[in-house]
Design a protein around this ligand. Structure first.
Ligand code: GLA
Length: 672
């Protein structure tokens, strides 16, 4: 096995004679895997039921002859225009009732039986024809499910939503109870009266909104599973579909068990200094979704994208540094969108591995360099492929909480992702590896589990978290946790359900989010903040996003709010149980204070902070298997402080200099 290297290959955009050049260049660039046919439906089935596979045979044979393996897409991501002509009801409808048109991509209603049927027939033909092709390495189902159309409000979707609800609740009485329809005269007499949450006069029913989020994710999953079933019937080649990092509309915990290998598309902004830290979090999620197994970076850009308002190119070395960041955090494949930069169409200004300028370009040289390096690094000698990233710290991630805490009519405006990012960054900036977990998953491999803003919690989740703390683990619960049950009913009698209240030694009396004028209307200018103070935070600091009146029982207060209505109330508490116990954090401390807190939590959990491996200002170090990856994201040179051999250069690591975007992969690492 070698580390996979390659990208989306769209040869149908080019004359036949270019294909041979493509393969020659792929060989030169170290490419060993090409993703083919992602957007080829209209070419494969130019008219309903009339298939044309001749050209794809040629593509696969040409790649195979050149020793390039194929990740074959099922081509169902963008139906041909004839489907809309024949069946306009397959076009998706927005919340406002606008039916989307052809002329772009992904214009299908996920619940449409007609779409699913045409998709199934196409996949049957593809499997029949290519299951035995010697180039086939991976099936790539659809593409980025939900990236443009994650939900549909048409009448077909409404019917499917009703069926989904009936399966969930069994009776309309149960639905009425769960949705709390005694409120605002929303009582339903039968499922027929229920609608998707289309644009309405004012605030919608929260449980209806949440159920529609769940339903929409499930409908896309059903599309995926329908294709998987067809592939499985005729092929035992592994199957994937490309995820999109922290993608709110799709609950990847539910999807992950159904992919043979997790794959991800990620496009951090080269102009954003937070991108390396955010990228680290995304990669950690991908590893966690697969239970720690290696994953594939299915798409990244060689340089600029074309879909931001301003599209910065990647700086020299940045693509390579970010690629190694993925490998460090568990990727066994580095692929790009796309191989040859398009000459026409809406992505012609999106970079490609082979740019418009051809091979006498910086981008191509960097692609070729990385391909050569990955080829040399592949194989048993370095031991990269298949190796794991051990983590002692985990953060809970929960799509229900994400959906619910960002609903309107909540205590305040929260970006769930911002809160997760702050916690992830606090631990990773200290050098700790971090996994993501489900709150009802197996927490026993971890010493520290953080549950930030876990707004919606089932009894099983609350018990699992509490049991972790009672059994000697270190549990850190962040504000806004376990406020609601899975139907979004408030847990009465003080927020935080039993037995979490007991494990943490406190309960929450009232929310008091920092606020300013017109926050909801986007006014106010600055982020409202609230002062906090305590040694665990490194002294006086500011909190933002949320704050609460916390009533402690047998928890000790380690930091407090210091101003306004909250003055003197606890901001950070701890209830010790054996070596572990339960921490509670009632606001989002600013990053340096949160990092201090994370350091203290880790220390009290018996975790030693890894020593610095370099002296730079923004150097990332990750242990994967026997190797330590060191990546300099900072603006200045960094000097390595770690003994061992850099497998990229064969040189002794200690004392060597990493320029900005420089990377070292150190074997036999010892801190000097
Ligand atoms: C997504 C898609 C690709 C392409 C890229 C552009 O990842 O899967 O087809 O559109 O975005 O960044």
């Amino acid at each position: 096995m070698t580390i996979r290297y390659g990208g989306d290959y769209n040869p149908e955009q080019w004359p036949r004679e270019v294909w041979d050049d493509d393969v020659r260049l792929m060989q030169r660039g170290g490419v060993n895997l090409a993703t083919v046919a992602v957007f080829s439906w209209a070419r494969l089935e130019p008219r309903p039921g009339e298939y044309d596979f001749g050209w794809l045979d040629d593509v696969l044979d040409t790649l195979h002859a050149g020793g390039i393996r194929v990740d074959l897409a099922t081509a169902t991501a963008s139906p041909p225009p004839w489907l809309a002509k024949l069946h306009p009801e397959t076009l998706p409808v927005t919340q406002d009732g606008v039916r989307l048109s052809v002329g772009s991509r992904q214009q299908y209603c996920p619940s449409s039986p007609v779409y699913r049927d045409y998709a199934r027939r196409l996949v049957e033909r593809l499997v029949e024809r290519y299951a035995g092709h010697p180039a086939l390495e991976l099936w790539h189902v659809n593409n980025e499910y939900g990236c443009h159309v994650s939900r549909c409000y048409c009448d077909v979707s409404a019917t499917a939503f009703r069926a989904w609800l009936e399966a969930q609740y069994g009776s309309i009485d149960e639905l009425n109870r769960a949705w709390g329809t005694a409120f605002w005269s929303q009582h339903y007499d039968s499922f027929d009266e229920v609608e998707p949450p289309r644009t309405a006069p004012t605030l919608g029913n929260p449980t209806q909104l949440l159920d529609f989020d769940r339903f929409s994710s499930d409908e896309l999953l059903a599309c995926y599973l329908a294709e998987v079933e067809v592939i499985r019937a005729g092929s035992d080649v592994p199957i994937t579909t490309n995820f999109m990092g922290f993608f709110k509309p799709v609950d990847y915990w539910k999807w992950a068990p159904h992919v043979d290998v997790v794959s991800d598309d990620t496009y951090p902004d080269p102009a954003d200094p937070d991108s390396p830290a955010y990228g680290a979090m995304v990669h950690d999620l991908m590893r966690s979704l697969g239970g720690g197994a290696p994953w594939i970076l299915m798409e990244q850009s060689p340089s600029a994208v074309n879909w931001r308002a301003r599209n910065a190119p990647k700086a020299p070395g940045q693509m390579r540094a970010w690629s190694y960041q993925s490998v460090a955090r568990g990727a066994d494949g580095i692929l790009f969108f796309q191989w040859r930069q398009s000459a026409a169409g809406s992505e012609k200004f999106h970079s490609g591995m082979v740019p418009h300028g051809g091979t006498e370009t910086r981008v191509w040289r960097e692609i070729e360099q990385l391909g050569g390096e990955l080829r040399r690094l592949s194989g048993p000698d370095t031991g990269i492929e298949g190796s794991r990233v051990p983590a002692d710290v985990a953060i809970t991630l929960d799509w229900d909480s994400w959906w619910a805490i960002e609903q309107p009519a909540s205590p305040t405006t929260v970006s769930y992702l911002e809160v997760l990012f702050a916690w992830h960054r606090a631990f990773t900036s200290l050098g700790f590896a971090v996994d993501f977990v489900r709150a009802d998953g197996d927490l026993t491999p971890y010493r520290v589990v953080v549950a930030p803003a876990h707004f919606v919690a089932t009894d099983a989740e609350v018990s699992n978290l509490a049991a972790f703390a009672e059994a000697g683990g270190t549990l850190v619960v962040g504000f806004g946790t376990a406020v609601l049950d899975e139907h979004l009913h408030v847990r009465l009698g003080g927020y935080l359900g039993e037995p979490l209240r007991r494990a943490l030694g406190l309960w929450i009396e009232e929310f008091a989010p920092p606020a300013g004028p017109d926050l909801r209307a986007g006014g106010g200018g600055t982020t409202p903040r609230v002062p906090i103070d305590g040694d665990v935070l490194g002294g006086a600091a500011m909190g933002s996003v949320w704050a609460e009146f916390v009533r402690t029982g047998d928890a000790e207060t380690l930091a407090s709010f210091t101003d306004g209505a909250l003055a003197g109330w606890p901001a950070v508490t701890r209830r010790a149980v054996g070596g572990g116990g339960g921490w509670y954090v009632a606001t989002l401390p600013e990053q340096p204070a949160l990092t201090r807190l994370a350091e203290r939590v880790a220390a009290e959990a018996g975790l030693e902070r890894p020593e610095a491996v370099a002296d730079g200002s923004d150097v990332e170090a990750v242990r994967r298997g026997e190797l330590v990856f060191v990546i300099n994201h900072g603006p200045d040179d960094a000097r390595l402080l770690i003994d061992g051999t850099d497998v990229l250069t064969g040189a002794e690591a200690s004392g060597s200099i990493l320029a900005p975007h420089g990377v070292a992969i150190v074997a036999d690492a010892q801190l000097s």
